[in-house]
Ligand binder design. Sequence first.
Ligand code: SAM
Ligand code: SF4
Ligand code: SF4
Length: 339
Amino acid sequence: MTPLVQAPRDQLGRQPGDLRISVTDRCNLRCRYCMPREKFGSDHAFLPREQLLSFEEIYRVVWAAHRLGVRRVRLTGGEPLLRRDLPHLIELLNGLPDLELALTTNGTLLAEQATALAEAGLDRVTVSLDSLDDTTFRDMTDSAASVSEVLAGIDAARSAGLGPIKINTVVRRGRNCHTTLELARYFKTSGITIRFIEYMDVGRTNRWRREEVVPSAQLVETIDAVFKLEPVEPAFPGEVARRYRYADGEGEVGFISSVTQPFCGQCTRLRLSSEGQLYTCLFAERGTDLKGPLRDGLDDEGIVDLLASVWRRRSDRYSEQRSSVRGSTQPIEMSYIGG
Ligand code: SAM
Ligand code: SF4
Ligand code: SF4
C-alpha cells in the first residue's frame, strides 16, 4: 500500500476525513426541500450518462482522497440506488484498506438491493424517512411512495447486516414536525439511531424560510419531556450529529443543527458530484473539475496533488456566516452535490 501523503490543512486548520460521492443527479422522489417539482419536472434535463464519472474514475478519486487521510466514504445522490450496477463500485472501493463505506438512500429501492450491496462490501446505510404517517410522508416527498416500502428497505438492510443503520429526518415546521415524537418512539427500541436534521437553505430552488426551521433545542426539549435524554460524547472528531442516549438505556437519538449550531470548525468533508466536480462546502457556488483532468490522462499523483491543493485553499464556513452572506450567494443543488 502506498504510504499516506501528509494530510493537508486548509486555511482554517481543518484536515480531510470524509468524501461524499453523488453517483447520480436523478431521483424517484421529489422532496419539496430538495427537488421541488416546479424545478425538477418531467422536462428537467438530468445529466446524460457519458457525463457521469465512470466507476473506475470514481475509484481513482477515492484512492487519491484515501492517500490524503480520508477514511469515510458515503455514496449519495440524487438517489444512489438508481445508479446501475452500484454494487460493482462498492466492490472496487472495498479494495481500499481501512475505509468505511456508507450509503444514504431514500430507502424505496433498498428492499430489493440490500443483499447485493452488503455482499459487495457496503458497511452501513442511512435511510431518509421524514414521517411514519403516509399522508405526511407523501407531502414531504411529493410522491406516491409509501412508508411501508421504506420500512421494508430498513428491515432488508438489517437482515443483510448493513449496520448500524441510521435514519435521517428533515424537520419542517408546519409540515412534519407533529410526527417527530412518533418517529423517535418507533426507533427508540429498534437499535436504529434516528437523527433529526434542521431544514437547510441549500440550493436555489426550495424557497427556504427560516421560520420553517425547527431548532434542535426545541426538539430535544419535546423528546426529553417524554423520554429522558442524556448527552453522549462525539464518536470521532468532526461528527456532525449531537448525540443523546435515552436515560432508560434504550438506544440513542441525534440532532444535526447546521442552522442553529453550525459546526464548520470541524468540517472534514470533500464532495464529488456525479459529473466529477469537486467541492468542499455543501453551500459552494462552484467546484473544481476533475473529470477533464482524469480523461486527459492525469496520473495518480497528479490527482492527489489536485485534491490537496483544493483542500489547502479552502476557507469556506457558510453555516457560520449564513446571516451575513445569505442571499448574496447562489449555492448549487443538494441533489447534484449530494447531501
Ligand atoms: N436520495 C437520498 C436520500 O434522500 O437519502 C440521498 C441524497 S439526499 C440529498 C441526502 C440527505 O439530504 C437526505 O437525508 C435528505 O433528507 C437531506 N436533505 C436534502 N435536502 C435537505 C435540506 N434542504 N435540508 C436538510 N437536509 C436535506
Ligand atoms: Fe431525492 Fe433524497 Fe432529494 Fe428526497 S432528499 S428528493 S429522496 S435526493
Ligand atoms: Fe462544512 Fe460548509 Fe457545512 Fe460549514 S456549511 S459544515 S463548511 S459543508
